[in-house]
Structure formats: structure tokens, C-alpha cells
Design a protein around this ligand. Structure first.
Ligand code: IMP
Length: 173
């Protein structure tokens, strides 16, 4: 029996190039300030790790966890699985997502974090699938806009697998 087959959608080199660009843009826009980068577990961990190596303003890292997906279909419900460890009041916060799909997760997290009274709150998503949106929400920074394909790799999973792929891939049927 053969294993799953992957079609490369965004190759590793292109990802690295784009992540570096985003890091430079963020460094310019936040020059003279400091940042709290909030990674949304688990999918954003690789993007966050690469991105911060291109940001040259002082920063600290927090993680927040949500759950909404069962397999490839969304349940429409967002649950918090891990909260921040420290307050973000009066901080410049950048929320780091792997992908904006229906928008439900990002919308939920924006509302949750706004209640903590940050000085500012912006969002960055590695990927964006605007055609799947069920709620009006957008990333302030976006790595790549993609079509409605279920993707894995570079931190993104299918049933907790394939996060370790270097490229963003579509699972071939
Ligand atoms: P939402 O539908 O925008 O709330 O996205 C919720 C979460 O679903 C994202 O943060 C991802 O972790 C996951 N997700 C959405 N689309 C994909 C995909 O194509 N591949 C892997 N995970 C996805």
C-alpha cells in the first residue's frame, strides 16, 4: 500500500521569501515599539518561529489555543483550549494565525483579546481562503491568498498529521 500523495501548492523557498518580506514590513511598522506576538495553536507555530527571526523590534511570545475543526469540516463552534499566560493590557499585540478559512476563529479571538484592552491589536495570517468566509473578517497582513483547497504542511495538519512538510501541499485524492 502506498502512502498519501501531495501536490505542492507553495514551495518552501517561496514561503521563506514571503515570510522574510512580512517580517521586514512588520519591523518597519512597529519601529520604536515592542510587540506581543500571540500564536494560535497549533497551526501557526512554524510560521511564527520563522517570522520572528525577521522582526527586529523587541517582542515577547504568547500562545493561545482554539479548537473548531473535526477532519476537514468545520463544526462552526470555536472553543478555547489554552489561554494566554500573561496580560496584554496596554501592549501592541499581533495575533498570528495559520489560515483564515470561515473566519470564525479569528473573529472569536479578536473579540476575546479586545476585552483584555491591548494598546493595539492587529492580525497576521500565513494563508487566507476568502472564498470560504462565513463571517466578515480579514487579516491585517496575509502571506498568501489561496483558493478553496484543503492544505497541509508548514504547520498545517490533516487530523494532526503532515505539519512537518516544508512546502504547503494539497492532499491528492
Ligand atoms: P476558521 O474556519 O477560519 O475558523 O479556521 C479554523 C482553523 O481551521 C484554522 O486556524 C486552521 O487550523 C484550520 N484550517 C482551515 N482550513 C484549513 C486547511 O486548508 N488546512 C488545515 N487546516 C485548516
Amino acid at each position: 500500500m502506498s502512502g498519501p500523495r501531495f501536490e505542492v501548492l507553495i514551495p518552501h523557498d517561496r514561503i521563506q521569501q514571503r515570510v522574510a518580506e512580512l517580517g521586514r514590513q512588520i519591523s518597519i511598522e512597529y519601529a520604536g515599539r515592542s510587540l506581543v506576538m500571540v500564536g494560535v495553536l497549533k497551526g501557526s507555530f512554524m510560521f511564527l518561529a520563522d517570522l520572528i527571526r525577521h522582526i527586529d523590534v523587541p517582542l515577547r511570545i504568547e500562545f493561545i489555543g482554539t479548537k473548531s475543526y473535526e477532519g476537514t469540516t468545520t463544526s462552526g463552534q470555536v472553543q478555547l483550549t489554552k489561554d494566554l499566560d500573561r496580560p496584554i493590557q496596554d501592549e501592541d499585540v499581533l495575533l498570528v494565525e495559520d489560515i483564515i478559512d470561515t473566519g470564525l476563529t479569528l473573529n472569536y479571538l479578536i473579540h476575546l483579546l479586545e476585552q483584555r484592552q491591548p494598546r493595539s491589536l492587529k492580525t497576521i495570517a500565513f494563508l487566507d481562503k476568502p472564498s470560504r468566509r462565513r463571517i466578515e473578517v480579514h487579516g491585517d497582513y496575509v502571506g498568501f491568498t489561496i483558493e478553496d483547497r484543503f492544505v497541509v504542511g508548514y504547520g498545517l495538519d490533516f487530523e494532526q498529521r503532515f505539519r512537518n512538510l516544508r512546502d504547503v501541499c494539497v492532499l491528492a485524492p
